[in-house]
Ligand binder design. Structure first.
Ligand code: GLU
Length: 344
């Protein structure tokens, strides 16, 4: 895609070739739909009500073309994928240097809800993609009162999707009632002076941002907006300042896939973010956004089908950011640069 001039890539297809992309998504859907591995997230009780068969794939290009298959219009809560967009909002409000004093950019290698490092090291959450860092980031969103802040946040999401956004109240209440671990983190961060005294307000806003309803189509457009340097390719309106795309994609690349982030970067090679409701977004900068939705999760909290689809797309279209145009010398690695034949 874009890197090898002689290869067919997703962004240089002509109108007549569009059905081919649609056909590939259809093929991926049929290939991975039968997978039965993975478990629904249940630590937020409401999430356990999802249908494990839901499966949608959507690609949105920076020129506004959409390709989608399966349950791409099924609504679900955005969960951790929201962290990416709230991080962008905090960057715009506070600037990079001020934000860095409150939230770092270092991958943890730990589960998303780990609390241990907070106490161990700098007292500053390691990055904005784990829960501690995300709660600290959300606590920085400005507004006169909780309603203002929520509306401001929903408005930010509206710019990314191009339509009004709503909260799933039952998921919000479910998480708010059971989110003791997140509460513990917030109180520890308050103890260290990393967040202010309005702890419950910050937590409520965090639980609300995780409960924003999206579908796979929305997520692909949101991902394509990041790929398009902050401009929604469907509305032509800016959702986030172009200068912060670099910051957002960097933390997505190093920290976006829970404690699978290193392996993901190595294998798929794209900035991405995953959420416990089964969504994954991946960004091919200046080209397109990919979104997959399928609720059953692996042991690290990533959608099983989502990982498979993204690995497959990355191989087929050589999407890895560091793909080489030349083949490897070693016989076992010589399959590149024809990775579309690698399908297992
Ligand atoms: N609302 C979830 C939590 O804080 C987000 C988790 C996730 O999607 O990684 O537990």
């Amino acid at each position: 895609m874009g890197k090898k001039k002689d290869r067919k890539t997703l962004e240089n297809v002509s109108e007549s070739e569009m059905p081919a992309i649609q056909a590939i998504l259809q093929e991926l859907y049929l290939k991975y739909q039968p997978l039965s591995e993975g478990k629904l997230a249940s630590y937020i009780p409401e999430l356990a009500k999802a249908n494990p068969d839901w499966f949608g794939i959507c690609i949105a290009t920076v020129d506004g073309q959409i390709y989608e298959v399966g349950n791409s219009d099924q609504l679900f809560t955005i969960q951790s994928i929201s962290k990416v967009f709230v991080y962008g909002m905090a960057l715009e409000e506070h600037g990079r240097e001020a934000l860095l004093t409150k939230v770092g950019v270092e991958p943890t290698g730990d589960p998303f809800d780990s609390i241990i490092r907070l106490d161990d090291y700098s007292k500053r959450p390691e990055n904005p993609m784990v829960n501690a860092g995300a709660i600290a980031t959300t606590s920085l969103i400005k507004g006169n009162n909780p309603t203002d802040r929520l509306n401001y946040l929903l408005d930010m999401f509206r710019h990314y999707t191009g339509h009004d956004m709503f909260i799933d109240m039952s998921v919000f209440v479910s998480e708010r009632t059971t989110g003791h671990r997140n509460r513990a983190m917030a109180h520890l961060m308050r103890h260290f002076g990393m967040i202010d005294e309005k702890i419950d307000d910050a937590l409520d806003l965090y639980f609300q941002q995780c409960s924003v309803m999206v579908n796979c189509h929305d997520l692909a457009v949101m991902a394509a907006t990041l790929a398009n340097r902050g401009v929604n390719p469907c509305t032509g309106k800016r959702a986030v300042a172009a200068c912060y795309i670099r910051d957002i994609l960097s933390v997505m690349y190093t920290c976006g896939m829970y404690n699978f982030a290193g392996e993901w970067a190595y294998k798929v090679g794209l900035p991405a973010k995953s959420g416990v409701s089964g969504g994954i977004i991946a960004i091919v900068p200046n080209q397109l956004g990919i979104a997959v939705f399928s609720p059953p999760l692996d042991s690290r909290g990533n959608s099983v089908r989502g990982i498979k689809v993204c690995e497959d797309l990355s191989r087929r279209f050589e999407l890895h950011m560091f793909d080489s145009p030349t083949a490897c010398e070693h016989p076992s690695d010589r399959l590149s640069p024809h990775p579309q034949h690698l399908d297992t």
